[in-house]
Design a protein around this ligand. Structure first.
Ligand code: NDP
Ligand code: 8X3
Length: 253
């Protein structure tokens, strides 16, 4: 039987690229996100192209009860998850702390921190009886440093950093690997979401530079999960060549 990978936030960007990469490699996929039309389209496309089996989980990671129910509805065979990619996440706004929207803060904390925890709680309990599994958490350069106006988003990714270390300790007795992948700038829908649909402002983030693309991160994840059983990569920080820190960036002009 092929290996099973569960990817959260599979309808766009890094999650979608991971779905494509793992499909190419013959994994069975469980794809989770909120946008049903996109989930369906991606699942159909990957099934047609690679012939892999795919389950779609329509869920919002912020909603503990409906998330758990949707995951628990999967058939028993599909709960033998080998790899969990905790990718669903977002930034909302880029304002100084005194001007930030408390609703935006709630959304980021609920998605990036609590949502990641809720998914992990369910799936780690599936992995423990197997005494194997690999959890890949998508952190960020924003979890390694703090930049102006990044405040709450940076705090959520610092939390992902702490939780990755904590999971590695708590899941060690069960043979479950935990890896944190921390990208710098990746051109996805991330900035469009951060700036609430303002495409022009989002484009400016990547103007006159070569950012990472989602496939770069999927490629790194594919490498990490294919190491021999006795090897774990704890932490990876992946930056575009033109980005030295979150804010020190070399633009063409
Ligand atoms: P995208 O906006 O392109 O993709 C985000 C994905 O997360 C979408 O599939 C979205 O699906 C899903 N998602 C968001 N909220 C929820 C929710 N409440 N429940 C379920 N799914 C949700 O952004 P990226 O691909 O760039 O982001 C993926 C991860 O990478 C995030 O954790 C982000 O913080 C991190 N990251 C991104 C970087 C970048 O520069 N792009 C750099 C470093 C880290 P849907 O809306 O259908 O639910
Ligand atoms: C996304 C990267 O630098 O925009 O996590 O915060 S950054």
């Amino acid at each position: 039987m092929s290996k099973i990978v569960l990817i959260t936030g599979a309808t766009s960007g890094i999650g979608e690229a991971c779905a494509r990469t793992f499909a190419q490699q013959g994994y069975q996929l469980i794809l989770l996100a909120r946008r049903e039309d996109r989930l369906l389209k991606i699942a159909q496309e990957l099934n047609n192209q690679y012939g892999v089996e795919i389950k779609q989980v329509l869920a919002d990671v912020r909603n503990k009860e409906s998330l758990s129910a949707a995951l628990e509805e999967l058939p028993a065979d599909w709960k033998k998850v080998d790899i969990l990619v905790n990718n669903a996440g977002l930034s909302q706004g880029l304002d100084p702390i005194d001007q930030g929207s408390t609703d935006d803060w709630d959304t980021m904390i609920d998605t990036n921190v609590k949502g990641l925890l809720y998914v992990t709680k369910v799936v780690s309990n599936w992995m423990i009886p197997q005494q194997s599994g690999h959890i890949v958490n998508i952190g960020s350069i924003a979890g390694k440093e703090v930049y102006p106006n990044g405040n709450v988003y940076c705090a959520t990714k610092h939390a992902v950093d702490a939780l990755s270390k904590a999971m590695r300790i708590d899941l060690l007795p069960h043979g479950i690997k935990v890896t944190e992948i921390n990208p710098g700038m990746v051109e996805t829908e991330f900035s469009v979401v951060r700036f609430k649909g303002d495409e022009d402002r989002a484009k400016k983030v990547y103007e006159n530079l070569e950012p990472l693309i989602a496939d770069d991160i999927a490629d790194a994840i594919s490498y990490v999960v294919s190491r021999p059983k006795h090897v774990n990569i704890n932490d990876m920080l992946i930056m575009p060549t033109v980005q030295a820190t979150a804010t020190i960036i070399k633009r063409d002009k």
